[in-house]
Design a protein around this ligand. Sequence first.
Ligand code: NAD
Length: 543
Amino acid sequence: MTNATYRVPVPQNEPILSYAPGTPEREALKASAKEMGSAVVDIPMFIGGQEVRTGKLGDCRPPHDHQRLIGRYHKGTKKHAADAVRAALKARRAWAATPFHERAAVFLRAAELLAGPYRQVLNGATMLCQSKNAYQAEIDAACELVDFWRWNVKFAEDLYAHQPYSPRGQWNRLEFRPLEGFVYAVTPFNFTAIAGNLPTAPALMGNTVVWKPAASTMYSGHFILEILRKAGLPDGVINMVAGSSGEISEVLLQSPDLAGIHFTGSTGVFNSLWKTVGDNIGNYRTYPRLIGETGGKDFIIAHPSADPAAVATALVRGSFEYQGQKCSAASRAYIPESMWLKVKKIMEEQLSRIKMGPPEDFSNYVNAVIDRSAYDSITAYIAGVKPRDGAKVIFGGKFSDEKGYFIEPTVIKAKHSDYKTMCEEIFGPVLSVHVYPDKKWAETLKIVDKTSPYALTGAIFADERAALAEAAAVLVNAAGNLYLNDKPTGAVVGQQPFGGARASGTNDKAGSFINLARWTSPRTVKETFVPATDFPYPFMAKP
Ligand code: NAD
């Protein structure tokens, strides 16, 4: 019981450190990555507060150096998935009854641990495990995850403050109950911050969670969990399992206590989870909340009035940072004929200065793609580019998997706006460009809208105000995050709530009250201070 109305600390975005030569953070990250890279971490599952080891091991290897072993994680079976569900359900009542400020304090403490003593641990882990350079690791593993943990607490406080009107004589209240059951959090490889946010957002709202990280990120997942444990997360609130996704999902989706899925990953996997839930719909105690942020085919369209240098820079940064493996990465561009040669020249000049290699060498802007399967799939698109289809690789196009999974930033010029690489999500450092006649601006906007089933991010470049307004109107449903004269990547928690619609997901906006509301099942309570003591109403009285 608290005889006070607490206010959570006013959140601030975690400042991004520069890692420039001579800075202490640069030395600290180098030392951390070196130390971590020379050890092999044993990674257990974590169920009901217990570390669980099976001896059935999966390897963790840096994508840029696939012969080096940095960790081994223990794989579970269906039994462990069932144990994790039991542990989550066992912890549910006590956690749901824990006052908000106590729950919030765990995540605020985790944020400060990550901003401080664990910063270069999680940055170093992300650098090694997901092949992110210092800056990409910093904006993801440190800043974005700190921001999720700080801002979600504030969003939760704001949500709880939403209360109904109470006329005289009664008191109407809304209680934001946690869901009745457990939440299944399934996280992707590409952002350590998303891996940290998906299990913790429902947990902050009083839910208990079974978390399955992507196999390729068990290493950074292990350190996220270490921070949460150090921050005082009670046993059973978040249970981390590893192993076959199919087997784990089979057990969890069959459970009558499944109350929600918090997913980020490909559209195909989310569709399969949704379908299984649909098939089982009669078996659940409550309708499970299905929250999924999925694929993208993000666009940049330039109007003839745009600044060519701004367009070219957005294309280079927006398409190739983190090897194009951001769900928001630009992967199709529409450039007017009158501007193309200028944009191309600037892009070529910028791309010629990009270095590719391991992230431990800080001069590298581009590192490796995540694994063998991504490498094979991305390089197949590049190898398939043929002049007879009106497509040509005009920059990059080389790749090697000898030491790591390296693919050069690659630009494909596509004569036809419906060429395969203009339409399909490739999820790698591949940008396709379609050059359109200046007078076909309006038609091209319609093409941008219709080309792909996705609607995650997009950017419009124009100096003419009317052109920006026209494009924003035509593309109203083509992106959940729209950028005007900026690259389509780099959403910041508290500033640009993130998510898309159509085949890009349920658009529940990670890092906002919208997402947190989905993890609650509100109960309305009406209290009448002086209840009626007889049934007739005045209209029934004799005149
Ligand atoms: P993925 O779909 O391959 O994997 C995502 C997660 O699903 C992983 O944990 C994986 O192990 C798991 N999974 C795979 N099969 C499963 C099954 N049958 N049952 C349950 N879980 C299963 O995606 P990925 O390669 O990790 O990430 C890349 C994808 O994620 C891209 O499509 C990208 O656009 C998308 N993404 C979207 C957003 C967004 O906010 N919209 C953000 C990041 C990534």
